[in-house]
Each structure stands twice: as C-alpha cells, then as structure tokens.
Design a protein around this ligand. Structure first.
Ligand code: F1X
Ligand code: MN
Length: 445
C-alpha cells in the first residue's frame, strides 16, 4: 500500500511550517537566555572553565538558530561517547546515501524536530560540566508550582477515593466513574505542554473535576468505556494474576502529576498489578519528563511539611516504587527519530517486553504522531492502517490534538468541528482517547 507523504514544513500552510519558522527558534533563544543567566552560578559551582563551556553552548545554540532560519542541511552528530549516536547517525546517513539533503523546511517534520532536541543535547554533552544540566528545568518546575491549587484538589480527592475501601465487585459503577475521572484528568493534563507555547507558562489553575465535565464534548474519540471493561474484566482484583501496564509518559509538572494519579488509581483499585513508567533519557520537546523531573516531583510532595494531602499521596507512591508495583524506566528508543512501526526492528527487547503487557498507555501528541508515522493521512483513515503493523499488544493514546494529523474521524464530523473551531487540530482544545485492541491469537490464549 502506498503511504501518504510525511508532514513537512515544505507546506507553508501547515503547522509544521509554523513550528519550524517560529516556535523552534524561540525555544533555542530561551536556552541562550537560560545559559546567560546561569553562567556565573555554574562557574561558581563547577569552576571557571564552565564559563567557557557556557559560551560554547551559547554559540552552538546561535549556530543552530541560524541553520534553522536558513534551512541549512542537517549534519551527522558529533558527541561520540553517547550510546544512541550510532543509531542516530545511521538513520541520517541512510537518508543522505539516498541522495537526500535533510534540511529543516524541506524534510520530514518529525525527523527535524526530534533532531533539534538531540542537537541541543549534543552541545551540552560536549562539555565536561554541563552534561547533566537541563536547559528547560526552570520552565518545567514553574508549571508545577503555578498549578498548586489544581494539584491540591486532585490529590485530596484521590486520597479519599483510594482510602475508601470499595469492594470492586459490588461497587463497579463507583470505580468505573472514578476511572473515567482520573483518565480524563490525565488526558487534559496534556494541555500543559511547553513546546507548543515555546516555553511560556501553561498552568492549570482550576478545579480539574469540574473542568473534565465541561470538556467532555471536546473528546472527539472516546474509547474509555471499552478500556474500563477491558481492564475490569480481567479481574486482577479477584485472582492473583500479574497484569502489567506500560505507561509511556509525556510532560513533567502538572501533567506528570495527573498521570501518576491515574497510575496510582489503577494500582490501588487493582485494575492492574504492575506499571512500568517510561521517562525520557534526556531533555526532550521542552517539557517531557526525565527521571530527574520525576524524582523532583516526588520530593516536592514529600517535603511539603505543611501539606498532609501531598505527603499522604507521596508516601503511597514511594511504596508503589519500593514494592515493585511502579517500575521507573528510561529507554533510548523514545528519543530516537524512529516512529513506532520501527520499534520491533530497532529496539526488539523493548517491543518484546511491551508485548507482554495487558495495555500500553501512550500520553500526548508526539506519541500519537509517532504511532501514525506523522504522515498526511486522510481524516477518515482507519487507526489500524495508520499504525502500519505496530501491534505489540492493546493500547490507548490520551492526546490533546496539537499537530495536523488525526485518523478515525468521519469526514462530515471533521467539517463540523472545523466550522466551530478552524484550528481544532493544533490548538490543544480538542482531544482523543483512542484505543487499539489487539485481536487475540491462539498463541495468546
Ligand atoms: O507530545 P506533547 O507534549 O503532547 O506535544 C508536543 C508538541 O507540542 O510538540 C510538537 C510541536 O513542537 C507538536 O507535535 C506537539 O504539539
Ligand atoms: Mn511532550
């Protein structure tokens, strides 16, 4: 089957064009600003040579900004001691060998956007003291603290819902309603990504339980009922089955908090017995959560001596980690330019372990783009077709729409939404809870 062309900034009317022309240079500019502001501090902390390392990162950022603006060709990476460089360079080399010039406005949007974050990491990797500095750290931590009111509300309710000993058999409808609440709060938490706003604050200041009711009509595809039944029916709470979920997380701060609330709910109500939480290996798409962001969030909750609601939640979460019910993992596949249809070939061990899970939860827009290959699919294309063979197990994507690719929407419905909101595909105000249920083969039974 001939595939549609990839999204690309070649099309000047596309969101890819807007992103590469305006948003990516702005993100790079903010890194320059971060380094300039912290230069003296870094020098005090790591010694005077670090001043020069800051300068070298600033010039790398200036160069990157210039190359994006001038649509210069993309070059191979150069930070030789990293463990992903061969895969990256092999990918780029293959494209180059086919005689293609890879450039910011002419090539695939997914490739060049991923490359930008890897190129930023390269500049830091090439220094002795700034390798572990995250240039987006301030923005991520700021969104967490500007959402405290909403965090208070969600955690207070979560503690009540979890402490309440509901017998899962006789209280199916209570658990079901709570499942929808935490899933939808996690879904809309995805509005808080910082790459869309170029790093400007996108906090969550209201009562999330109230908001999800108002936003219900903005969920364009909603498979939550099938998902609840799928998890509930396997009766993890009755039998001592090992039922695993892989949770591919997205952004740090408020979104991460909402994801952990959902993960806590799934474990505490025994809708599964183990969850692997997948974080990023290095700073990615501005706001994506790394292990450092995860640890920082838990620390904020446990250090909040005046806030017992935060402390109670954090104790439970530490316990999930200690008793092996939450497993924290970083895998380099998630920061490669490959879309998910290549996972089996490129990272077969990851594909294999994920295949053994009952469900994968993919958070966010970038994961959606990677699932459907970031191609210009017609709106009414079938999800399964757009996945191009990626079927490790059943999965769901919780995504607010922030890129002009979407499948499984009736064309007429698409026209109606466009009338209401012409930028519905990219402004993050609309969302999908889109599931793929793998058909069981005889081998699986
Ligand atoms: O994956 P996330 O955090 O939901 O979104 C990432 C994102 O902001 O980055 C890209 C543009 O820079 C878009 O695809 C998308 O809107
Ligand atoms: Mn993200």
């Amino acid at each position: 089957m001939a595939l549609p062309p990839p999204l690309s900034a070649k099309d000047e009317k596309s969101f890819a064009y807007e992103t590469i022309k305006d948003r990516l240079p702005l993100i790079v500019t903010r890194i320059v600003d971060f380094l300039a502001r912290h230069r003296t501090n870094f020098a005090k902390q790591y010694g005077e040579v670090t001043e020069n390392e800051c300068k070298s990162c600033i010039s790398a950022m200036d160069k990157l900004r210039y190359e994006i603006a001038r649509d210069k060709p993309i070059l191979l990476l150069n930070d030789n001691h990293t463990d992903d460089i061969h895969i990256w360079n092999e990918y780029l080399q293959k494209e180059m060998d086919q005689g293609k010039v890879i450039s910011w406005f002419q090539s695939n949007w997914l490739l060049v956007e991923c490359y930008m974050y890897r190129k930023i990491a390269e500049a830091f990797n090439l220094t002795a003291h700034l390798q572990h500095v995250d240039p987006f750290i301030e923005m991520k931590q700021h969104t967490f603290y500007s959402s405290v009111q909403a965090i208070d509300v969600v955690l207070a309710q979560l503690n009540i819902d979890i402490e309440q000993t509901t017998d899962p058999v006789n209280n199916k409808s209570t658990i079901e309603q709570q499942f929808y609440n935490y899933m939808e709060i996690s879904l809309w938490g995805n509005q808080c990504d910082l790459s869309l706003s170029g790093g400007a604050n996108r906090s969550q200041e209201h009562d999330p339980f109230h908001q999800i009711t108002e936003l219900k009509t903005h969920i364009l595809i909603n498979h939550e009922t099938s998902l609840f039944n799928y998890l509930y029916d396997q009766q993890a709470y009755l039998l001592n089955f090992d039922v695993c979920i892989d949770f591919v997380l997205d952004n740090a701060g408020f979104e991460l908090l909402t994801d952990l609330c959902f993960a806590d709910f799934l474990i505490s109500k025994r809708l599964c017995s183990r969850i692997t939480l997948h974080l990023k290996c290095f700073p990615w798409f501005v706001s994506d959560a790394t292990k450092t962001d995860f640890d920082w969030l838990l620390e904020q909750l446990s250090n909040s001596s005046s806030n017992s609601v935060w402390q109670i939640a954090s104790k439970r979460w530490q316990q999930h980690i200690q008793n092996g019910q939450w497993i924290i993992q970083t895998h380099r596949f998630f920061t490669l330019p490959y879309d998910y249809s290549y996972m089996q070939q490129i990272s077969s061990e990851l594909y294999c372990t994920m295949s053994q899970s009952k469900l994968i939860i993919f958070k966010g827009d970038l994961n959606y783009r990677k699932l459907v290959g970031d191609l210009r699919w017609p709106l009414n294309e079938r999800f399964e077709t757009a996945l191009r063979g990626f079927q490790p197990t059943s999965f769901v994507v919780l995504r607010t729409c922030k890129a002009d690719v979407q499948v499984d929407i009736d064309l007429k419905v698409g026209q109606e939404i466009t009338k209401i909101d012409p930028r519905w595909m990219v402004n993050g105000k609309w969302a999908v809870i889109q599931a793929f249920f793998k058909k069981q083969t005889e081998k699986d039974i």
